[in-house]
Design a protein. Structure first.
Length: 454
C-alpha cells in the first residue's frame, strides 16, 4: 500500500497524496461507521425482537432505496461537476449546479413521499405489517436524499470529515442515545418508535450537512447568470445515467430483503437482516481497500502504466482476500453461536449466513472489478451486467423464497453476486488488460517460483 502514492506522482499527478490522505480519512470514518452500525443493529435486535426488528429493517431498506431515487442522480454527479467547475474556476457554475440539484431533489422527494402517503392511506392492506412504520418514516424519502447529496457535495469540495462524520458517525450515536432514553422511561420500544427516532436523527444530520454546504457555496461568490438550458440538459443527462448505476448497485445489495418482506413474516425478515449484516463483514476489506486504492489505480490507468497497475492490483488482492477468508471461516464455523448472541430466534439464519458469506468471499476474491469497470470508461457494460444480475436475483428470489424461505433469499443473492462479479472480471481482463483476482496473484507467485527454480 505504501507504493500507491509514488507511482502516480511519477506520471505528474502531484495532488495524489492529498487525495489519498482524504481516502484514508474516509476509510477511518467508514470503519467507525461499520462498528457503530453493528453495535446499533446488535442492540436493536435485542431490544426489539426479531419481528419488530424485521419491520424496522424493511422500512429503512425501502426508504434508503427511495431516497436514492429522489436524488435523481445528482448525489453521484456532484463528484463530477463540482470538482470540474472548481478546477476551471467557474465558481458561479458550482452555485448554479448546487441550486438546481437541491430544488430537484426537493421536488422529487416530496413527490415520491406524497404518492406513497396516498397509497398507504388508501390501500394499507397491501402493505401489511409494514404500513405503520412506512407511514411514520415518510420524511425519510426527502431526508435521505438531502443527506446523500450534501455528503457527496462536501466530499467533492474535499471536506471528508464534514461529508461523512454527521451521516456515518453522529447519526447512529443519536439513534442509540434516543432509543436508550426511551427504554429508560417505558421499558419497551417498538419498530414505529425507532423509525421516528431515525427520522429525528436524519433531520439533525440533514440540517447540519446543509449548513456546511451553504458555507462552502458562499465561498464560491455570487450565483451569476441564469442556468442555460444546454447546461441543465448536461446535468440531467449525466445525473440520470449515474442514477441508473447507483440504483442497480443498491438493488443488488438490498432486493433480497424487499422481496423477502412480501413472502415471509416480519420475524423472518429480522432474522435474515442480521445474517446479511454479519455476512458483509467478509466484504469489508474490499470496501475499505477500494476507498484507499481507487485514486492510485485510476491515476496509473490514466498514465497508461498498466504494468504498475497490475503490480498494485496483485498486492491489493492479497491484502483484501486473506482477511476476508479468515472472517468467512470463523463466521461460517461459529455462525449458529454468533447469531445466538442477538437472541434465541436468530440462529435459524445460520445456513443463510454461510451461503451469503460464500457469495461475499467470491466478491472479494476477484478484486475491485466494479470500480475498475466504472472508472475505465466501461460503465455501459457494467450497467448491462448489473441489470442481468438483478433480474436473476429477483427471479430466483421469487421462486426460492416461497419454497425454502430465507435460505432461498440467500441463494438468490449469492448466485447473483457470483454471476455479476465473474462477468465484470471478464470485462476487466479483456478491455482493461488487468488481472486483479487472488487467483491471478497466486498463479503469478507460482510462475515466479518455477522460473527461479529453473
Amino acid at each position: 500500500m505504501n507504493d500507491v502514492p509514488e507511482a502516480p506522482e511519477k506520471a505528474g499527478t502531484g495532488g495524489l497524496r492529498s487525495i489519498l490522505r482524504g481516502a484514508a480519512l474516509a476509510g477511518l470514518l467508514q470503519v467507525a461507521s461499520y462498528g457503530l452500525g453493528y453495535v446499533l443493529n446488535f442492540l436493536l435486535a435485542h431490544w426489539l425482537g426479531a419481528a419488530q426488528f424485521g419491520r424496522y429493517t424493511y422500512t429503512i431498506t425501502v426508504y434508503s432505496l427511495l431516497g436514492l431515487v429522489a436524488t435523481a442522480g445528482f448525489s453521484a454527479s456532484a463528484l463530477k461537476f463540482i470538482p470540474q467547475y472548481r478546477a476551471s474556476d467557474e465558481r458561479s457554475a458550482v452555485r448554479r449546479y448546487a441550486s438546481n440539484a437541491q430544488w430537484t431533489l426537493l421536488a422529487s422527494g416530496v413527490g415520491i413521499a406524497l404518492v406513497l402517503f396516498v397509497l398507504l392511506r388508501t390501500l394499507p392492506e397491501y402493505f401489511g405489517d409494514y404500513a405503520d412504520t412506512l407511514l411514520y418514516g415518510l420524511p425519510l424519502v426527502l431526508l435521505m436524499a438531502l443527506v446523500q447529496f450534501t455528503s457527496e457535495s462536501l466530499r467533492a469540495f474535499g471536506s471528508v470529515v464534514k461529508a461523512y462524520f454527521a451521516s456515518q458517525v453522529l447519526r447512529p450515536v443519536l439513534v442509540l442515545g434516543a432509543v436508550w432514553a426511551v427504554l429508560q422511561t417505558t421499558d419497551r420500544v417498538d419498530a414505529s418508535e425507532v423509525v421516528l427516532v431515525v427520522v429525528g436523527a436524519m433531520l439533525v444530520v440533514a440540517v447540519t450537512q446543509r449548513q456546511f454546504l451553504v458555507g462552502m457555496l458562499r465561498a464560491q461568490g455570487a450565483g451569476g447568470e441564469n442556468t442555460a438550458s444546454a447546461e441543465r440538459s448536461l446535468w440531467w443527462k449525466i445525473s440520470l445515467s449515474l442514477l441508473v448505476i447507483s440504483v442497480l448497485s443498491a438493488l443488488l445489495r438490498q432486493i433480497d430483503v424487499v422481496i423477502l418482506g412480501w413472502f415471509v413474516p416480519t420475524n423472518e425478515v429480522g432474522v435474515y437482516a442480521i445474517a446479511v449484516r454479519l455476512a458483509t463483514l467478509c466484504g469489508l476489506s474490499l470496501v475499505l481497500t477500494n476507498i484507499l486504492a481507487a485514486p492510485g489505480l485510476l491515476a496509473l490507468y490514466s498514465a497508461g502504466r498498466l504494468e504498475d497497475m497490475q503490480v498494485l492490483a496483485s498486492r491489493l488482492a492479497h491484502i483484501v482476500f486473506w482477511p476476508a477468508l479468515a472472517v468467512a471461516l470463523v463466521g461460517g464455523y461459529f455462525a449458529h453461536d454468533i447469531l445466538g448472541l442477538f437472541g434465541p430466534e436468530y440462529p435459524a439464519a445460520a445456513p443463510a449466513m454461510v451461503v451469503l458469506m460464500l457469495g461475499q468471499l467470491v466478491n472479494v476474491s476477484v478484486g475491485p472489478v466494479g470500480h475498475l469497470v466504472d472508472l475505465t470508461g466501461n460503465h455501459r457494460a457494467g450497467v448491462y451486467v448489473r441489470s442481468f444480475a438483478l433480474a436473476l436475483a429477483i427471479a430466483m428470489a421469487v421462486v426460492l423464497i416461497p419454497w425454502i424461505g430465507i435460505l432461498g433469499a440467500a441463494f438468490a443473492t449469492a448466485t447473483a453476486m457470483v454471476v455479476w462479479n465473474a462477468a465484470l472480471y471478464i470485462i476487466v481482463v479483456r478491455r482493461v488488460g488487468l488481472r486483479p483476482s487472488i487467483y491471478d496473484a497466486l498463479w503469478a507467485l507460482v510462475r515466479q517460483r518455477r522460473i527461479r527454480g529453473v
